[in-house]
Design a protein around this ligand. Structure first.
Ligand code: DHB
Length: 308
């Protein structure tokens, strides 16, 4: 079964890769991804300065998914810029995820990282976990300003990682903005921000930062992710490459994302829970699923969701 895909003209040996944040902070973690079956190496979202992140516990897995408030622990953009040539040696695309604590951080990071020549750059407009900093992706004007600024700097394919939207009016608003900014691909969705998980036994929250509020991932967010992939796929008439992220725990979950219009999928919660060995299981499950349904490649099923 052919599970190779193409995003914005870049070839991926497999349609599965890590979601930014999952096992991709340190050099060692990134090298492990390089040696694994992951179809790309996605870095942790990087900031100007290295960060330890929020105090722990800051990730909690439960049967339906996960909640996290990591607080952008990362090595700082200069360290990732130096690592990119080594990571490219694995012969699969390197996606650098760039973030910032304020708008002016993004162009600085974009310039240095673009100079290091990753295969693609993902601009993260949707980190929900920095106390006092709202997600840029929920401010359409700020998003437009930022995307236009980094677009002038970035010469490799540029994508944006968006938060989930819950109203068709917001899909249209952001679709219009993205259409004006020269964006090459979308990554949908970041974690569902500021959920709260309660342990009734201990009568406590389960993570420490922000009074227990954090970004939700895993199975419970899959319908939200699929809706966002579908909404933007339709908005752009199937012409905007989309990486589907959210609730991919199995090959069948990935198949659902492809039907909705994803070109590739990223895994967060299941990668954190199971480790990089999970990539081979997901490939096998997806291949089996596609074969059973009579598809000869993953590309063939893209966007084929039927409506009633
Ligand atoms: C973090 C979480 C995110 O969802 C994100 O997009 C960036 C950073 C974090 O808490 O580290």
């Amino acid at each position: 079964m052919d599970l190779t895909v193409d995003i914005a003209g870049v070839k991926f040996p497999s349609c599965f890769m890590n979601a930014s944040g999952a096992l991709c902070v340190t050099r060692e973690e990134l090298l492990v991804l390089g040696r694994s079956h992951a179809g790309a190496i996605v870095t942790k979202s990087m900031t100007i300065e290295a960060r330890q992140g929020n105090p722990g516990p800051r990730y909690y897995g439960f049967p339906g998914g996960s909640i996290n408030s990591m607080g952008l622990p990362n090595l700082g953009y200069k360290a990732y810029a130096e690592l990119i040539p080594e990571l490219k040696g694995f012969g699969k695309p390197v996606i650098a995820s760039i973030a910032g604590l304020c708008e002016d951080d993004f162009p600085t990071i974009a310039q240095a990282i673009n100079d290091a020549k990753p295969d693609l750059i993902e601009v993260n407009l949707s980190c929900p976990n920095i106390p006092g900093k709202p997600q840029i992706g929920y401010d359409a004007d700020a998003s437009e300003r930022l995307m236009k600024r980094v677009r002038k700097i970035i010469t490799v394919p540029m994508g944006v990682k968006l938060p989930p939207y819950f109203d068709p009016a917001h899909h249209k608003l952001m679709g219009d903005v993205i259409g004006r900014c020269g964006v090459d691909f979308l990554n949908l969705i970041n974690s569902v921000g500021n959920g709260l998980v309660v342990d009734p036994e201990t009568e406590t929250v389960v993570i420490k930062p922000k009074g227990g509020f954090g970004g939700l991932g895993g199975t419970i967010i899959k319908p939200v992710a699929l809706a966002n992939v579908r909404a933007f796929w339709k908005y752009f008439n199937g012409k905007m490459p989309i990486i589907g992220t959210g609730g991919v725990m199995s090959g069948v979950d990935a198949f659902e994302h492809f039907l909705c219009g994803a070109s590739a999928v990223q895994i967060g919660t299941v990668l954190v829970e199971k480790g990089v060995q999970v990539f081979t299981r997901l490939e096998q499950e997806l291949a089996g699923c596609l074969e059973k349904k009579g598809y000869k490649s993953v590309v063939e099923c893209r966007g084929k969701l039927k409506e009633l």
